[in-house]
Design a protein around this ligand. Structure first.
Ligand code: FEO
Length: 400
């Protein structure tokens, strides 16, 4: 372990580097690998370990710890998050340091038992609670849903260090460790935010409000570089990214309704046009149409996030909805879904089940689905086009 892995006096990085991981949590690309950051704090009355590492790297983790302390000096194990990339070595650590007290959130306490059946004494902690290591004090901060319900953070008072868990993390493996020494990781920092934190923006804002009550000189996240230079920039970035939509909505005030469609022979497209016309007859509705076959993924997620109402138009192909429509709904995983309304429609040749299938998926995503799917056989005639206009009006009414 390099000497400069002592971040502040008696505060050490004891994490590990996963240089060759290329996909994280099934969905994230990790071109630069990742790190599982763990920290050791030595006070004059004992040692605390903050988080562990992925199980397959635990040997290296224990080697790092053994260079700095004996296991019987470990007074506290702080587990901020139960996802196995941070809790994976807990079982083995609990055997090596059986007298340590496990400090975690109330929900985390239950989860650790379910996950690891350890026999450590557990104390539940959260905002307002702290523990002392003599000359060092760890204060606990409740920061749930970032990005699991049990997640929490800590603040090391004397050293002005914030241990932020996955918040401010990046999958970016660079053994130079500090943000002023590693390569350009801005893309990884933003990508991590978009995939992990973005669906929980309102919780990010709450966490920032809490963090900003403390004077932070160093942010020590659970992945990627330790942020010790220009710390305030990271707070500002997270706040900007987490409040941008709210600002836009404040400026627009209208309800934004997006019609996403695919159309083989312009029949579903004709329906989309008519629905758009119906929507646009209503004041305070701003409706727009998007051809899914020409929409980049990033734009798709941005549009979903901005939309109060989401209509999806699709033909039925081989008794299914085509892949771009499923991809659209899969992208809902990256945005907050609460309160969004959805509806589906489409032209069909034979069976026409695709709009119904997509509506079921919307229900599964806990979206509100006030209207039945509108399915029209082959080319919509004049009356059917009028029906589509009416459908758009009805959707606008439920939006308002
Ligand atoms: Fe890095 Fe959510 O675990």
């Amino acid at each position: 372990m390099p000497a400069d892995y002592e971040i502040k006096k008696d505060v050490h990085f004891v994490g590990v580097y996963d240089e060759f991981i290329r996909t994280f949590d099934i969905i994230m690309k990790t071109a630069n690998g990742s790190s599982y950051n763990s920290y050791l704090i030595r006070g004059d009355e004992g040692v605390a370990i903050i988080d562990t590492v992925k199980k397959q790297f635990e040997d290296e983790f224990f080697e790092n710890i053994e260079k700095l302390c004996s296991y019987d000096e470990i007074k506290y194990i702080v587990l901020q998050h139960m996802e196995p990339d941070h809790s994976g070595a807990l079982k083995e650590l609990s055997k090596r340091a059986p007298n340590a007290i496990l400090l975690t959130s109330a929900l985390g306490a239950k989860m650790t038992k379910d996950l690891y059946q350890h026999s450590l004494k557990v104390e539940k902690v959260g905002t307002g609670k702290s523990v002392s290591l003599g000359n060092k004090t760890i204060e606990f901060l409740s920061t749930p849903f970032l990005h699991w319900p049990e997640t929490m953070s800590c603040y090391l008072k004397e050293d002005k260090m914030l241990f932020s868990c996955d918040v401010f993390g990046a999958h970016y493996c660079d053994k130079r460790l500090y943000n002023d020494k590693v390569g350009d990781f801005r893309y990884a920092f933003r990508y991590y935010y978009d995939h992990i934190m973005r669906p929980f923006k309102s919780y990010v804002v709450k966490a920032l409000d809490l963090y900003e009550k403390f004077d932070t000189e160093i942010i020590a996240p659970s992945h990627g570089p330790i942020l010790r230079a220009r710390v305030e920039r990271y707070f500002n970035r997270y706040r900007d990214w987490s409040t941008a939509v709210t600002y836009k909505k404040r400026e627009v005030e209208d309800k934004i309704v997006s019609i996403f469609y695919v159309s083989s022979y312009e029949n579903t497209y004709a329906m989309a046009l008519a629905i758009n016309e119906g929507l646009s007859t209503q004041k305070n509705i701003r409706a727009n149409m998007y051809d899914l076959t020409a929409l980049e993924d990033e734009n798709m997620v941005n549009l979903l996030e901005e939309s109060d109402g989401i209509l999806v138009g699709t033909p039925t192909i081989n008794a299914d909805a085509p892949k771009p429509t499923w991809d659209l709904l899969a992208s809902m995983a990256f945005v907050q879904r609460a309160g969004r309304k959805g509806a589906t429609f489409g032209s069909y040749g034979w069976s026409g089940e695709a709009p119904g299938m997509l509506l079921e998926r919307m229900k599964g995503l806990k979206m509100k689905t006030p209207l039945e799917p509108l399915a029209i056989k082959l080319v919509p005639n004049k009356e059917e086009i009028a029906q589509c206009v009416e459908y758009g009006k009805k959707f606008a009414e439920v939006m308002l």
